[in-house]
Ligand binder design. Sequence first.
Ligand SMILES: NC(=O)c1ccc[n+]([C@@H]2O[C@H](COP(=O)([O-])OP(=O)(O)OC[C@H]3O[C@@H](n4cnc5c(N)ncnc54)[C@H](OP(=O)(O)O)[C@@H]3O)[C@@H](O)[C@H]2O)c1
Length: 312
Amino acid sequence: MDHTVPAAGFLYWVGAGTVAYLALRISYSIFMAIKVWGLGNETGVGPGLGEWAVVTGSTDGIGKSYAEEMAKRGMKVVLISRSQDKLNQVSSEIREKFKVETKTIAVDFGSQDIYEKIKASLEGLQIGVLVNNVGMSYEYPEYFLDIPDLDNVIKKLININVVSVCKMTQLVLPAMVERSKGVILNISSASGMNPVPLLTVYSATKTFVDFFSQCLHEEYKRKGIFVQSVLPYFVATKLSKIRKPTLDKPSSDTYVKAAIRTIGFQSRTNGYPIHSLMNVFISLLPSWMYFKIIMNINKATRAHYLKKAKKN
Ligand SMILES: NC(=O)c1ccc[n+]([C@@H]2O[C@H](COP(=O)([O-])OP(=O)(O)OC[C@H]3O[C@@H](n4cnc5c(N)ncnc54)[C@H](OP(=O)(O)O)[C@@H]3O)[C@@H](O)[C@H]2O)c1
């Protein structure tokens, strides 16, 4: 009996401390959300950082939207993707609409022998913003050993999602450090925050991008460089195979308009208010429940894809 009162007292303080901690964290998150998305803010993204913005994977989806937002803010834009025809089209759209200079580089990030060509094309440009956006995912969710052409898929996922981020940063960062200013946006994915089975290699490459970004930000923030890890949930693009945007699966334009407001405020962001809320909800789930839900969703998507493929 003597021991129950101190034990109860201890538990009381543990409970009170936990509640206070959670209340503080929630208040801080709400405060940051209001600051970033509720109040108007000017991110300072523009030619003041350097004349040019470089965007990889910039002829479609999220990359194209970033390229347009940079041009809207008066930056000249270097567009990098595979298809010269698509590059020419997006390049002339941007020049006409935003009256800024553009430059195109046609390369396939699936290979590693492209960086000398990119280096030569970027020579002499004052680069203020680098958007490491290019990325590929699986054709459909699949068990690791059953991925068709597995060797090639591993190579491409690593070259496109991982090597490109390191090599583009290696090319652009030195001049930013010299000028003590610059912004690097690395497009990871929510599947880099929470493991996604049946998209195993993709999910793991996106964790690389997230960790790379967080570490790089710590290394270079005192040198005037802001590195951001951008972690979207679904966005309606070719990659996600979602055609019709909804509130939780926004168009790339809607997503990027929101994400761009977080630059300078959040070095790690889901980029879009609904996606941040989704992240809070998912992080509250016990991991067994999270894995059960995600496995069921991806198994159903896999079955649907394979059934459709069999019909065709
Ligand atoms: N959409 C989503 O739901 C979602 C969610 C989380 C994260 N993300 C990430 O966001 C980024 C952009 O995705 P997205 O959905 O906007 O993709 P997307 O609509 O498919 O656009 C991909 C862009 O990259 C280019 N590209 C693709 N492969 C390339 C390669 N091997 N070499 C050079 N360029 C290449 C494409 O142009 P060409 O075909 O002409 O080369 C296109 O401009 C990716 O890193 C992705 O992982 C997307």
